[in-house]
Design a protein around this ligand. Structure first.
Ligand code: GLC
Length: 568
């Protein structure tokens, strides 16, 4: 099917709903709200919800050109044969008609954060904080940090920087990577890179970090997954398949996949990781099978499945992907899922069960259930726990993994709803005064000493240890829209708007309710800025969520009762 050009899509949207367009002013691109359907402006949240109820979120789904492949996806642009395929905007928000002053400031800051290589924008710097004494590596382009920037640029109709970034990181992947005398796998993607300008020779060069310079020498397992996810977002947003189809992109995907699809000693389909291998890049007791990596792995597998060519090399991966997705969705939906009923079952578990008939397969000792959980777990609601491995369930809640589980449809529709129920029911704990807690609860005293190794940056309710990260706002917003509950996002955005600009776009907030600017938080942290913009643009035009969201695969096996998993 021929892909519509972005302009076609944008024009079509513009005639039906609100749209932000970018205009050039004083050399800085700004966004301007445009609207031609004024009646929507009068709608309040209740009306929006009524509209959503009338037009269930499945209306967001469109068959795409990859439909012949077995994993279909939520796609808003794919069905377009020159027309915009979404009949009516299900909701839009008033803000689009009167953009918040923060939006303009955020765009200025985002454009300022661009990094250029030989005159071409290739990414955004992690933080543009001149006041900070310690630069560390915040002057670099981080792969994970660039994702919200990339989405903001794509949503604003500026895909070039995203394409340049994807190609530049692919080149970096192609270089030999060594830590001391040890060579890393070919597929490894960098955590970050830096462009060095030589003003005398007038040359630009790049240095990359695969973990060999990072604090603690942590390997970024998430980078490769984000790269694949971003390639799909680019393809969805622009309709330009030629990038993903390039031999080097196909090879890049295969290299990333071969790192995580190789056979080994694993008894679980989840991916075994070291501590600090993702956004939480310090020791925080997330080694093993952290939810963040599992959810990103799942989403990357589905994304790759939709983009890999069915040639000899690609086909081999496709088969492996389908098998792994099936095994993973079963494993995660059954063993990582926790709700009131499940908690009650674990509370009553017998231990030391041998054989296939075991109910308590991982030999979780009920005494290891932490006290806080009994009060925290609402009657309605649930979430994917942080980690599951032998005799170890990390019951902590992690925001990124749960939002990605919703967006990738790793969570069933019921589980997705339950996660949103939990966020609403435990708003004070998980959102408080600044969206969103990276994890809950914080590790304190003895646990903090043992688990973090007495990390002074990760003291209780700070940074990765229960700190609140504005960047997570875009993920919460996307999940809220996908589940048809935009009022949750609206509430969170209101909180962010009360503080973020005034506080200088901090990297994170501290405290039980996220009230204080983080102890060592950078200011003008790019992903805090971009995360806000992405959240705003998705609320203005919910079709944007299609870039980063996937509907449930129809052929995916339903959740089975854990005690029956061996008997089928
Ligand atoms: C910190 C964060 C990490 C982020 C980096 C750059 O190391 O833990 O997630 O990518 O800063 O912002």
């Amino acid at each position: 099917m021929d892909r519509p050009k972005k302009q076609v899509v944008l024009r079509a949207v513009n005639s039906m709903s609100s749209l932000s367009t970018s205009v050039q002013e004083n050399g800085v691109k700004r966004i301007r709200a445009v609207n031609s359907l004024s009646s929507i402006a009068e709608l309040d949240d209740k009306d929006l919800l009524a509209l959503l109820a009338d037009q269930p979120r499945l209306n967001l789904e469109r068959k795409n050109s990859y439909d012949e492949k077995s994993f279909s996806e939520l796609s808003l642009y794919d069905s377009l044969d020159g027309r915009f395929g979404w009949e009516t905007p299900t909701f839009s928000i008033n803000d689009s008609f009167n953009p918040h002053p923060m939006v303009t400031q955020a765009w200025e800051a985002l454009f300022r954060s661009q990094v250029f290589f030989r005159g071409q924008p290739v990414g955004t710097i992690a933080a543009y904080d001149h006041a900070s004494e310690e630069v560390l590596n915040y002057d670099q382009v981080f792969v994970r940090d660039f994702v919200p920037s990339a989405l903001a640029f794509l949503m604003n109709g500026e895909p070039e920087i995203v394409k340049n970034f994807l190609l530049k990181t692919l080149q970096i992947q192609g270089h030999e990577k060594k830590i001391d005398r040890f060579k890393l796998g070919d597929g490894a993607m960098p955590a970050s890179f830096k462009v060095l300008h030589n003003p005398i020779k007038k040359t630009d060069s790049i240095i990359a970090d695969f973990g060999e310079s990072a604090i603690g020498r942590v390997a970024p397992v998430d980078s490769g997954f984000w790269w694949i996810i971003l390639l799909r977002a680019y393809t969805k947003s622009t309709g330009d398949h030629s990038l993903a189809e390039r031999p080097e992109c196909q090879k890049g995907m295969r290299l990333i996949l071969s790192l995580c699809l190789s056979e080994g000693f694993d008894t679980f389909p989840t991916l075994l990781c070291a501590d600090g291998c993702s956004m939480i890049d310090r020791r925080m007791g997330v080694y093993g099978y952290p939810i963040e990596i599992q959810a990103l792995f799942f989403m990357a597998l589905r994304s790759a499945h939709s983009m890999l060519k069915q040639d000899t090399e690609g086909k081999e991966f496709m088969d492996k992907i389908v098998k792994r997705l099936n095994a993973m969705s079963f494993h995660m939906r059954s063993y990582f899922w926790l709700d009131f009923q499940q908690l009650n079952d674990i509370y009553r578990y017998k231990t030391e069960e041998y054989s296939h008939t075991a109910v308590n397969k991982f030999n979780v000792i009920p005494d290891s259930i932490p006290d806080w959980l009994f009060d925290f777990m609402p009657l309605q609601g649930g979430y994917f726990v942080g980690n599951v491995s032998p005799a170890r369930m990390d019951f902590r809640w992690f925001a990124l993994g749960n939002c990605i589980a919703i967006l990738s449809s790793l969570a069933t529709p019921e589980q997705s709803m339950a996660i949103m129920d939990l966020i609403e029911a435990r708003w004070d704990e998980l959102v408080g005064e600044m969206p969103l807690k990276i994890c809950y609860p914080a590790l304190e005293s003895h646990a903090w000493r043992i688990v973090t190794g007495c990390d002074p940056k990760n003291t209780r309710w700070s940074y990765h240890n229960g700190g609140s990260w504005p960047v997570l706002l875009w993920l919460l917003t996307a999940a809220s829209i996908k589940t048809g509950r935009p009022q949750i996002a609206r509430r969170a955005i209101d909180l962010a708007e009360a503080r973020l600009l005034k506080d200088g776009w901090p990297e994170y907030y501290d405290g039980k309710s996220g009230r204080f600017i983080g102890k060592q938080a950078r200011k003008f942290q790019t992903w805090s800025i971009a995360g806000y913009l992405v959240a705003k643009m998705m609320m203005e035009d919910p079709t944007h969520v299609g870039m980063i969201s996937m509907e449930e695969e129809k052929h995916m096996k339903p959740v089975l009762n854990r005690s029956f998993s061996w008997s089928i």
